[in-house]
Every structure is written in C-alpha cells, then in structure tokens.
Design a protein around this ligand. Structure first.
Ligand code: C5P
Length: 232
C-alpha cells in the first residue's frame, strides 16, 4: 500500500463526521475511525464512509484473551476496512489470533498493525505503573519485533521511532505515526512531534493527523498542505 496521510476523524457523531467529509469535494482522504466515533455511531458509520469511497483505518486497539480477540476480529473482518489494530501488550499468541480472525476465506485481509507503547506513556509511568524497567525505546523495539514474529504488518509509533523500527524490522514493516504537526501549528497535548516533511524524511509510511486538519479554518486546505509536505 502506498504512503498516505490519514485524517483522525475524532468526532462523536455520524452527522458531524459526514458533514466534515462532505467538505472534501475533489479528493477522498484516508480516514481513521477511533473508539469515540465507533462507540457513538457503530459499524454503520464504517459502512457509510466506505461506501463514499474512503479508505479506512479502524483504530480500536483490541486487547483481550486470544479467543475473544480472534472472534472480535472476525466481526470486524466483515466491515472490510483497510487497516486495523491491536495492542502488542496482548502477547504474540493474541496477535496471531487477531490475524487469524481477520483473514477472509480467500486468504486476503486488512493490514494488521500493533500499538507498541502509547505515546501518552512516558518512562516514569512505564516503570512505576507497568513495572517495566527498561528504556522506552527498547520496549518499543521489542514489541515491534513481537508484532513481526506474530506476522503483523507494522506498528503504530512516534515518527521519532520510525527509522529505528525500520532498521530493526525492515523497510517493508509499516510505521503509522501520529504526533504530526505543522511547523507553525499548536502541538496541543502531543509531546514529541514532527512535521509531515520531517516524518517523510524519518521514513514514516502513514502519518495520522487529527486536530491540525479537523480544527483548521479550512480543513481541505490543511489536508492538502499535509499531503504536499508528506508525499511530494
Ligand atoms: O489530533 P491529533 O493529531 O493529536 O490526533 C492523533 C490521533 O492519533 C488521535 O486519534 C489519537 O487517538 C491517535 N493516536 C495517538 N498516539 C498514539 C496512538 C494513536 O495520538 N500512540
């Protein structure tokens, strides 16, 4: 799959989401549907956005026992999204089960990506809350390798980790990177950010941008600016 800019549609209603997407009259951006929108609007919103011709990253970050994840993935399989994900913390057997559940009868499936460590988790909380006494970067690399062993297609990570993940797991192993901001924009609650241009140079395969696009005065112009910086 080619490199692309994915818009995080973090809205809490179908109406707001579709009104936002209606503004894109001459292009069909890749859309990320996260927990907020999925829990508010259900599988129907996925079908509706798909029908409109958008590619979809369904970002539900599954994490449960392997059997439950496998069954949940087989339900998501029928939504026919392009990318979906699980937490690598669920272990290799859980990731393998997720992949099995996602496979269609003809062997095809959506890309399956693992969340390594959330970018909201810092070293202090890694050690104190999760009791993981290793440097964050080593933990991210270990979880990325586990995802690769389980046969997944890549990881969600910070753009600052994209190059190291590619070095460890190979160029074909996908990096999907949130935490992207325009050089003249507000970083909001993201801690370690890169611009689309820097993310491109770091080797990110997909950048995820939410508020810099959804809350821009002109979201279409902001999206096109991100595409221009990241893809050209
Ligand atoms: O608005 P903003 O560009 O910060 O949105 C980033 C999106 O990426 C949000 O939907 C957020 O939940 C998601 N995300 C993230 N960091 C991660 C994983 C997902 O920011 N580690």
């Amino acid at each position: 799959m080619a490199k692309d800019v994915i818009i995080a549609c973090d809205f809490n209603s179908k109406e707001e989401t579709l009104a936002f997407l209606d503004r894109f009259t001459d292009c069909k951006p890749f859309v990320k549907i996260g927990m907020e929108l999925f829990y508010a609007a259900g599988p129907e919103i996925v079908k509706e956005i798909k029908q409109r011709g958008h590619k979809i990253f369904l970002d539900l970050k599954l994490h449960d026992i392997p059997n439950t994840v496998k069954k949940a993935m087989s339900v998501l399989r029928d939504l026919d999204v392009d990318i979906t994900n699980v937490h690598a913390a669920g272990t290799i057997p859980m990731m393998e089960a997720a992949k099995e559940g996602l496979c269609r009868s003809d062997g095809s499936r959506a890309l399956l990506i693992a969340v390594t460590q959330l970018t909201s988790t810092d070293q202090e909380h890694l050690e104190k809350d999760l009791w993981i006494q290793k440097p964050m970067e080593e933990v991210v690399m270990h979880y990325a390798q586990n995802a690769q062993i389980a046969g997944l297609d890549g990881v969600v990570c910070s753009p600052l980790e994209a190059a190291a993940v590619h070095e460890r797991c190979g160029k074909e192993f996908l990096t999907i990177t949130p935490g992207v901001r325009f050089a003249d924009g507000d970083v909001q609650d993201q801690k370690r950010v890169m611009t689309p241009k820097q993310a491109k140079a770091a080797g990110s395969d997909y950048i995820v941008m939410g508020r810099p696009i959804t809350q821009a005065d002109d979201p279409v112009e902001a999206y096109k600016r991100a595409v221009k910086e990241f893809l050209s």
